[in-house]
Design a binder for this molecule. Structure first.
Ligand SMILES: Nc1ncnc2c1ncn2[C@@H]1O[C@H](COP(=O)(O)OP(=O)(O)OP(=O)(O)O)[C@@H](O)[C@H]1O
Length: 252
């Protein structure tokens, strides 16, 4: 099977005046396959979010390449980049702040649909359908981000991510701000949506129990490098790398 996403030697060095250069992502390479959920774990500051931001083209890499469906997308611009922004969507830790507080959830979801050329009426119909698929009834269309719970808002954020029909969804600590039962519900939702839409997920998470439950494969990052890779059982139950052993021990 061909990978949907291929990362080759990706490196990001931040250059700040008056400070020494800092390499947050250091020659990272991996592949993500269609329908796969790939976990990325590592301590705070290990470079996970920076990696996600490069892949999403929110920031540029210093070195290395990103391939989507075999096409080099590292430096694409204009229309190609706008299409790429649809192919890769992100769901963040804090759903409430990811929505405009002055607009209803339905409007927030509808906006991406209207940007794709749907009429106001069509966008509303589709937004209601997406909300329903994400377990939210039509009354949530009119609600504002501060009028819903964190879990409900994260469901709406998933609905908004799906509105543009992405191939890949990057979840950056998407369940970390939610309590345990709501975390499980969001994981179940992501699982169902993956099956229905053959999505691939990059699942950045510091909760190893969730990673073990949800991911097909796991990468461990330390100081910007991938230090171990394997199935959740291999990495979490039988870690080989010293850093992974420490990481696993620290949460047990
Ligand atoms: N714009 C920037 N300029 C300088 N350094 C940065 C910048 N963005 C991130 N960093 C640094 O890069 C390192 C990696 O940060 P990153 O947010 O990718 O880590 P992370 O593994 O996602 O951590 P967390 O789990 O806490 O979100 C950190 O030391 C951070 O301070």
């Amino acid at each position: 099977m061909k990978p949907v996403l291929e990362i080759k030697n990706l490196t990001k060095t931040f250059v700040t005046e008056g400070k020494s250069d800092f390499t947050a992502v250091d020659h990272v390479s991996f592949q993500l396959y269609p329908g796969e959920t790939l976990g990325i774990v590592g301590e705070s500051g290990s470079g996970k979010s920076t990696l996600a931001r490069i892949i999403s083209r929110l920031i540029d890499a210093t070195e290395g390449s990103v391939f989507l469906d075999g096409q080099d997308v590292t430096e694409i611009k204009g229309k190609k980049l706008r299409t790429y922004y649809k192919d890769i969507q992100m769901v963040f830790q804090s759903p409430v702040t990811s929505f405009d507080p002055r607009r209803s959830l339905g409007d927030g979801i509808g906006e991406s649909l209207r940007n794709q050329g749907l009429s106001k009426k069509e966008a509303k119909k589709e937004a209601l359908c997406l909300l329903q698929q994400c377990g939210l009834s039509s009354e949530f269309y009119e609600r504002y981000p501060h009028e819903v719970s964190g879990g409900q808002c994260q469901r709406a954020a998933v609905a908004r991510a799906l509105a543009v029909k992405p191939q890949i969804v990057i979840c950056d600590e998407a369940t970390s701000a939610l309590d345990v039962t709501v975390q499980q519900q969001i994981i179940e939702l992501l699982r169902e949506l993956k099956k229905e839409r053959n999505l691939a997920y990059l699942f950045i998470c510091h909760n190893l129990a969730l990673v073990q439950m949800f991911c097909d494969r796991v990468l461990v990052m330390n100081d910007g490098k991938i230090v171990e890779e394997g199935t959740p059982d291999e990495v979490i139950m039988y870690p080989k790398d010293e850093y992974t052993k420490m990481l696993v021990k620290s949460v047990l």
